[in-house]
Design a protein around this ligand. Structure first.
Ligand SMILES: *Cc1c(COP(=O)(O)O)cnc(C)c1O
Length: 223
């Protein structure tokens, strides 16, 4: 399938999810996750109208960045090793995987500009997943105040690997509640207006529960 055909289909589904819960469709930004596809396929996505690109490994990210420079908006969505921060920090627009103070510290010293970060939350508690536990999310975010270059724009999660709609929905609902908790703190460094959640298999549910960025690989560009 061509990317533009997939995108038409996804846009329809985004629209109906929005209608269902009375949300405005332009609150939802689609990140094309291009980690498993070529430069050519990525370019096809951009020609189809995609503005946001997501990569999860530093090398692949740098390779794609060389091809497109600052034309797209870049999202780093994978686990970020502290020693790799300096290689990517001045090329990314958003980091979705902030999950420890040592990483925040490194980001903070390696750049002179404000970096938009999502704090990654491990809602399901699966050991294989990275992220802060829900109960520690607020206090972790409060701690980040000391790092002048970190702005917590929102929370990010990867839902458990299941087709059980109730489990997925519960995960996204927990994220929405956590977001509200953080917003109530009124922290200048953490407006937390965004929720990065929803992938190929679960983005409709994520949108119904409040996602503002959905990260789509397989269903959009394939793998
Ligand atoms: C690969 C990946 C995605 C996209 O997954 P699909 O199921 O292919 O849509 C989204 N988020 C993260 C963090 C990923 O690593």
């Amino acid at each position: 399938m061509m990317v533009f055909e997939n995108l038409l289909d996804i846009n329809e589904k985004v629209k109906s999810a929005c209608l269902k819960v009375n949300r405005n469709q332009n609150e939802i930004k689609i990140i094309a996750v291009t980690k498993n596809v070529s430069i050519e396929r990525t370019e096809e996505a951009m020609n189809a109208g995609i503005q946001h690109l997501g990569e999860n490994r530093d090398e692949a990210f740098l390779h794609k960045w060389e091809a497109f420079k600052d034309k797209p908006t870049w999202h780093f969505i994978g686990t970020l090793q502290t020693r790799k921060v300096k290689m990517i920090i001045d090329k990314v627009d958003y980091i979705h995987s902030l999950d420890r103070a040592s990483l925040a510290k490194e980001i903070n010293i390696r750049t002179k500009r404000k970096i938009k970060c999502f704090v990654q939350v491990n809602v399901s508690g699966e050991e294989s997943k990275h992220g802060i536990s829900p109960s520690e999310t607020s206090s972790f975010i409060q701690q980040l105040k000391e790092f002048d270059n970190i702005v917590v724009v929102g929370l990010m999660t990867m839902a458990p690997f299941t087709n059980d709609e109730r489990v997925l929905r519960q995960c996204f609902k927990t994220m929405k509640l956590l977001q509200e908790q953080v917003q109530e703190l009124g922290l200048e460094h953490a407006p937390c207006n965004e929720l990065s959640m929803g992938m190929s298999n679960d983005y409709s549910i994520a949108i119904e529960e409040g996602a503002t960025f959905i990260r789509i690989g397989t269903a959009l560009v394939g793998n």
